[in-house]
Design a protein around this ligand. Structure first.
Ligand code: CA
Ligand code: CA
Length: 1015
């Protein structure tokens, strides 16, 4: 076991310097050469109305962003070229080029209907942790075209640079985020540097005002409390619009003009990173500054892309506008002799038959090539435009399998076939299905140059563990997908790999096939088995049940279906089609398939495997279907370097995330090992970096050796618990607005700009209907194992706890309650065996010496409730109540807690985030009595404040504003200023005084009229 420990330690070091070595399985075409980013794709969704002005806004945004980026990276980076993919629903133009392999789904920036979780704001979807590239940036179209955006959120160029920080370098937000980071949301923290309460900001010197939102009157008032003792619960740090002492951070605020830098570890105060502020960036990036994470990224690591002088003219990116035309696919099918074994040939041709007869969309072009010792064209590219074309294609499928394996030659032939189309090879799709290593020249290595130059996309399906190890490389190099079909009962990946080719064009949503189920059964002779699938209201059109068998050419299975109302469908049904040559039965449901549970029953006359797929189409053109997409951490997993395989699945209806769904991943493994089933979680712990965003994640660690690991994802509504998010009325990034404008915030795209600082709440939505989705999650290959590896060895430590926080403290009882999510024995799996909980004097003290022995390691005498020696299963909520010393005479006491977990093999996790506990003798409370109404108008300007006066006490709260909305419909605001007196500020907190009350707030203070009716 000691070897495992050493190995893990070594691996952690390796990982920390090569964080960006691998990426998600989704393709990315971004390149960074000579300081310029190229290959960035912006895709407009087909639901966005045609609008040339939108294209102009995108160009404007990138042009401005290029300058900001150049400035913010200190002359290291700019945008060189950008491709804008417009939907097929927009008019075509001779100026538009073909998009090659670019699709909406692979785009880096999407312009699309809003995701209510974040709308109207833009956001970046990030699956992975600090330093890792995200999925995409999502703007709603109105956000780009509405002039209110720049007024309230800042220049679009700067907003894009903020999002680029998330997308490219894996940075996180530095502002208090009630929506994106609710459990860790905190407005103020006690600074052990200044010994007083500070707003959560980056950099240090923001001018803010402690305000509290009053939902009942839709107004704000000043918080009770002071910088020295803190503020009442719910108090927000309201960043004021005039700021003169800060120039960072872009990840904190984009709306303020002086903000041009990322926070940095510099001594220069205006951009100095605050490593102590409890925000998501510090929590997930080990308190490293934005700038440190950026410089560690592959783009700049080791001094690459050093600062360079670039003229303003050269900073302007070039733009290419592209639009999809026809989908062109060549099936490249392995018919070598080995395909004749284990029913592989039969399964491949039945899947191809299914595909050609019903999945291929009308208007696409399809060709067929087989390869064995040579490659032969079985069908040149032909347009699919009806039954006859489909029959012609199925007739061209290969009749038998024999000979060797000439993959390279097959690829060249496929390119030849694609070159027949008027659009050329660029963007043509090759689906390469193969079960073995190549044997005949030219080899893949010899032809890859030609393949890449032709611009084709190669999706590969590895048919069994003996398939060529080159397949994932071919996919990766061409932007294709990698599938693995184990040829074992339980999955139907083969069928899905074919179907996936039709997702490659620009298919409008209502034409998108939704797979409800993909599985296979191993049946005994004369065995009857029944399964069920839920048809939900978002689908039901063009529903098909497909069943393929492996033995005998005459139908050796009988199939019946049962509708939700009990009616039986059998071979007498009009839509029931049998194709003995391809060993397939397809049942096409006429009209709209009814909502509810559909049963399917199969009787097998022989011992054989039966593959089952159920698919449907969106119920109508204006209903968004519930869809599931998935990603893996990489198409190749560097297990020998200690990398786990991480599965991510996203569940959504259109762009509305679904939370609380039941998402299961089934992982097939090399060797004779049972598949592993893992529940993917949207809990914001372990591999899941954001809670309740509809992205479900989990690490897989139970490797069994070298080979392919195939993943299947199954999703249901979790017994009615699942919720489709409809709206989130709370602000994520706050607009910066003068206080007197806060009540008439306008709409952007029909969504009101969220009120800054309204308290967080559970997201709202509608319950998801009963539904079924089952889909292949792709595959990942392991090419090497650690020295001395044997399945079952404990090589993975527990995952790092990154959500440690203080639930509550009691000054009187001298207690601190800590909460966190339990890691597993192996990252996100199982249970650790003990925790080591460390108490440090302060966050800076821990950060300057992160060695447990230099601080206090808690023992049982410190623990009142909870047991650090009995960790629970991964994902459980852990609580620990600990005793701390409270020195005599102190009124505010602060400590910092850090922990790590050990597994039973002694492997330690990394240290958790540092969580600060503050014990206060007195916690400010909101005023309980209403202040008397003002009888005289307030002075036009506030009197100058003397510095060095004593902090004001909560009961002596010197003034407050009450802002009341008159009339629930008109929301006309009347500002009431009550009891104005002199402000008093603490010595060291003069930044709160500076211009905060003689600037815009001052104007707001005196603008309103007093209306006694509402006093
Ligand atoms: Ca999540
Ligand atoms: Ca372990």
């Amino acid at each position: 076991m000691a070897t495992g420990f050493k190995w893990v330690t070594m691996v952690l070091i390796v990982l920390s310097v090569s964080q960006c070595a691998d990426s998600l399985t989704r393709p990315s075409f971004i390149e960074f050469v000579d300081n310029g980013y190229s290959g960035i794709t912006v895709a407009i969704h087909n639901r966005v109305s045609e609008d040339q002005a939108l294209i102009d806004r995108i160009k404007y945004m990138f042009t401005e962003a290029s300058k900001y980026l150049y400035q913010a990276t200190q002359k290291r980076a700019y945008f060189r070229n950008v491709t804008i993919l417009i939907p097929k629903t927009w008019a075509s133009s001779p100026e538009y080029e073909l998009p090659g392999g670019l699709t909406f789904d692979s785009a880096d920036v999407i312009v699309a209907p809003p995701n209510p979780r974040w709308a109207p704001l833009q956001y970046t979807k990030q699956y992975e942790g600090c330093g890792r590239q995200g999925v995409h940036i999502h703007f709603m179209d109105a956000f780009l075209t509405d002039t209110n955006t720049e007024t309230f959120y800042g220049p679009l160029g700067r907003i894009l640079v903020h999002e680029w920080g998330h997308l490219r370098w894996g940075l996180f937000d530095e502002y208090p985020d009630a929506v994106g980071d609710p459990d860790y949301y905190q407005e103020y923290y006690f600074s052990q540097v200044t010994q007083q309460y500070e707003g959560v900001t980056c950099s240090y010197d923001y001018v803010g005002r402690p305000l509290i939102f009053l939902p009942e009157s839709f107004s704000y008032r000043d918080c009770a409390g002071s910088p020295n003792i803190g503020y009442e619960d719910g108090c927000i740090f309201f960043v004021l619009s005039g700021q003169s002492d800060v120039t960072s951070s872009i990840m904190f605020r984009t709306s303020l003009d002086p903000i041009i830098n990322f926070c940095n570890d510099t001594e220069e105060r205006d951009k100095q990173h605050n490593p102590h502020a409890p925000n998501k960036h510090n929590r997930l990036c080990n308190s490293k500054s934005n700038w440190e994470v950026i410089l560690d990224h592959d783009d700049f690591a080791g001094g690459s892309n050093p600062p360079r002088n670039i003229s303003e003219e050269d900073l302007v990116p070039t733009f290419t506008v592209v639009q999809h035309k026809d989908i062109r696919v060549v099936l490249l099918l392995d018919t070598s002799g080995s395909m004749d074994s284990h029913n592989k040939f039969t399964k491949m041709t039945s899947s191809a038959y299914n595909y050609l007869s019903s999945i291929v969309l009308d208007g696409s072009f399809v060709g067929i090539i087989e390869f064995n010792s040579n490659a032969n064209i079985l069908q040149t590219l032909v347009e699919v435009n009806g039954t006859e074309a489909r029959l012609g294609l199925t007739a061209a499928l290969p009749p038998k399998a024999e000979g060797w394996t000439a993959i390279g030659q097959g690829l060249l032939k496929a390119i030849e076939v694609l070159s027949d189309h008027e659009d050329g090879t660029q963007g043509g799709i090759i689906l390469l299905v193969s079960d073995g290593e190549e044997t005949h020249r030219p080899f893949v290595a010899d032809v890859m140059g030609d393949v890449i130059a032709s611009g084709v996309i190669v999706d590969t399906l590895a048919f069994g563990q003996q398939a060529s190890v080159l397949l994932p490389d071919i996919s990766k190099a061409t932007g294709g997908k990698t599938f693995f079909y184990s040829n074992e009962p339980g999955s139907n990946t083969l069928y899905e790999a074919f179907a996936a080719t039709m997702e490659r064009g620009d298919v409008i949503d209502s034409d998108k096939r939704v797979q409800l189920l993909g599985t296979s059964w191993s049946l005994e002779a004369d065995e009857t088995r029944t399964g069920g699938v839920f048809m939900d209201s978002t689908v039901g059109r063009k529903t098909e049940f497909s069943f393929s068998w492996t033995e005998k050419d005459n139908p050796s299975i009988e199939v019946t279906l049962q509708r939700p109302n009990g009616t039986i469908i059998d071979s007498s049904y009009d839509g029931f089609g049998e194709e003995p040559n391809f060993k397939t039965i397809i049942v096409k449901i006429e009209g709209q398939a009814e909502e509810g549970l559909w049963d399917y029953t199969v009787l097998s006359r022989h011992e054989q495997e039966v593959a089952i797929a159920v698919s449907s189409y969106p119920a109508s053109d204006d209903v968004d279907p519930i869809i599931v997409t998935s990603e893996l951490s990489g198409s190749i997993t560097a297990f020998e370097q200690g990398e786990p395989l991480v599965a991510y699945a996203e569940v959504r209806q259109g762009f509305k995330p679904m939370i609380n769904a039941n998402v299961t991943a089934t992982i097939e493994r090399p060797g004779s090992f049972e598949p592993i089933r893992l529940e993917l979680l949207d809990n914001g712990a372990g591999a899941d970096i954001t809670k309740n965003d509809g992205v479900y994640s989990r690490s897989f660690t139970e490797f069994t050796g070298i080979g392919y690991y195939g993943i299947r994802i199954d999703v249901n509504n979790n017994g009615g618990e699942a919720i489709i998010l409809e709206s989130n009325p709370y602000s994520k990034a706050r607009p910066i607005v003068p206080l007197d404008k806060i009540y008439d915030l306008p709409e952007i795209g029909g969504i009101r700009i969220p009120l800054p600082g309204a308290p967080p709440a559970e997201p709202t939505g509608t319950p998801a209907p009963a539904f079924s989705r089952g889909t292949s999650g792709g595959s990942s290959r392991v090419d090497a194992v650690p020295p001395g590896f044997a399945p079952g060895a404990d090589l993975f430590p527990p995952g790092d706890v990154l959500d440690l926080r203080v639930k509550e403290t009691s000054f009187q009882d001298k207690t601190v309650a800590l909460v966190w999510t339990a890691p597993g024995d192996d990252l996100d799996n199982g249970a650790a065996s003990r925790y080591e909980v460390i108490r440090a004097e302060s966050v800076p003290a821990w950060q300057s010496d992160p060695t447990p022995e230099s601080h206090l390691i808690l023992n049982s005498s410190h623990v009142l409730e909870g047991d650090p020696s009995a960790p629970q299963e991964f994902g459980s909520r852990e609580e620990l109540l600990v005793l701390v010393p409270v020195p005599k005479g102190a009124s505010v006491v602060s400590y910092t807690f850090v922990l790590r977990a050990f597994d039973d093999a002694g492997n330690p996790s990394g240290f958790s985030n540092a969580a600060q506990a503050v014990l206060r003798e007195y916690v400010p409370q909101p005023p309980t009595t209403k202040p008397p109404p003002a009888t005289t108008p307030p002075p036009a300007t506030r009197p100058p404040q003397p510095a060095g006066t004593t902090p004001h006490q909560p009961e002596g709260l010197s003034w407050q504003i009450a802002l009341i909305v008159i009339g629930s419909v008109a929301a006309v605001l009347v500002l009431i200023v009550v009891g104005i007196a002199a402000f008093k500020f603490s010595k060291s907190k003069d930044k709160n005084v500076k211009q905060s009350y003689d600037g815009e707030v001052g104007k707001g203070d005196v603008r309103g009229t007093y209306n006694p009716t509402f006093a």
